[in-house]
Design a protein around this ligand. Sequence first.
Ligand code: AMP
Length: 596
Amino acid sequence: MAVDSILSSSSPLGPPVHEKDAKALQFIEEMTRNADAVQERVLAEILSRNAETEYLQRFKLDGATDRDTFKSRIPIVTYEDLQPEIQRIANGDRSPILSAHPVSDSGTSAGERKLMPTIHEELDRRQQLYSLLMPVMNLYVPDLDKGKGLYFLFVKAESKTPGGLLARPVLTSYYKSEHFKTRPYDAFNVYTSPNEAILCADSFQSMYTQMLCGLIMREEVQRVGAVFASGLLRAIRFLQLNWKNLANDISTGILNPKVTDPSVRECATKILTPNPELAEFITKECSEENWEGIITRIWPNTKYLDVIVTGAMAQYIPTLDYYSRGLPMACTMYASSECYFGLNLRPMCKPSEVSYTIMPNMAYFEFMPHDPTAPPLSRDSPPRLVDLADVELGREYELVITTYAGLCRYRVGDILLVTGFHNSAPQFSFVRRKNVLLSIDSDKTDEAELQKGVDNASVLLKEFNTSVIEYTSYADTATIPGHYVIFWELLVKDPSNSPTDEVLNRCCLAMEESMNSVYRQGRVADNSIGPLEIRVVRNGTFEELMDYAISRGASINQYKAPRCVSFSPILELLDARVVSKHLSPAAPHWTPERRR
Ligand code: AMP
């Protein structure tokens, strides 16, 4: 029986008891047993329906749908290569440019918010991947239909492209879709958060109501989650700041007037009845200085945390461990704005052992062997890409996708390591995203952006005859929300006129103003990133850093100051040399509208 193969290796429970689960597991088995054939079919399907698109015609595919012709004619591209086409779609050109299907709205991805064309049917594919998650989880955790999930889920601001298409993050379009809003009742997917609270665009009112409902239903809660670990920590921080008001509402049965959205008020009011005993309990737990284990103290029946802690989110594991007294953290899926990729078939494994199985029906996947020492790619020597079923165990690859929405041989930027196979489908651990230096939430800041920030801030130092001679950075996640720390070594040419504290504070803000919109949105609208900090280190610090690196085997000739550090001895060295610390005095500018 096909389903046995998911069950046999490590599931502690018996075979699935629910027919729906058995069907979902059967589907996973079918897809993974026939990974190569499914991939061949997916590519043929994408190419035949998009045969008339301007893009495929440009490369003279002439209706071919086979892998060899596709690979020999279609170039491997990045977002920047597709920018002209994407801009035309955004500007309102409705001809079939990338996809034969009308582009419905566009997901946005991080960096300087990228626009990703998407088509309506992608929602079905995403929904299908979501529908596989609980059947897998049910193999490992019993009785999840006997309680509720406290999930902190949010929509973000959306805008219109010049041509009138909606531009919004992929999860926002999913939560706003009928797929989510009118989902049929499923005992395994009952949330404490009402749809109205999830769909409320004001992040304070949304979080307040979701937390309030989670507190009221505390004994029913079996799992606590958010999409990413950073989101869950933000919720804990919110509780730290707002528990008095929340307890007051619960005690009196009267909702805080700060929740003004009529539909949110209406549904929260229905749930809220005076419960002084619960209010007293919350007050007792939250007023304690020590918040260790707060998640398990408030929600004692929590079996696991449902949050992604792989990739950039791994930095939050120790803090989550602290707040949950080591509850398991389940990383269930791997996805992006461009395409949803796959799921973790052993969701209760340790974060360090998480592997994702790419579902071969989601898109056509290719893998570029990743060799950091190889020369850069050129059109004359295109790299050989490997198919999903042909990747080798133990090797690293960069993910390249061809999607139903019209991306062809598109480099996602993720580096994955093959850790094993489920049937003939490979499983991957997420190694890292290319070119990302700093990340707190969904922000992804690269070296060039950091450099631009330092350059812009340095302008303020000119009148003091001062310059930044070296810098490095660090994502400080010990604070909640986390924040960027930039270590600066300054050359002050006239010590009698050195930059004042006030000027250095403004340098922090100048850096923030030049960061990408995802960063600024995190600072302004979502409160998921704290004020940027500059720590000035004494002169000679970066030379000491170099000495340290050389003592550990770095080459003097090739040494470059690292633009980001995370290794504790180096952080300790830097911190021990700090002469002054400065924080951004205000939030940078941000609006939902895109910069033109
Ligand atoms: P975005 O396009 O902004 O939604 O971001 C998608 C990116 O987030 C992916 O390409 C990955 O770099 C990262 N990501 C998504 N899911 C995971 C995961 N489960 N583990 C690690 N990184 C992830």
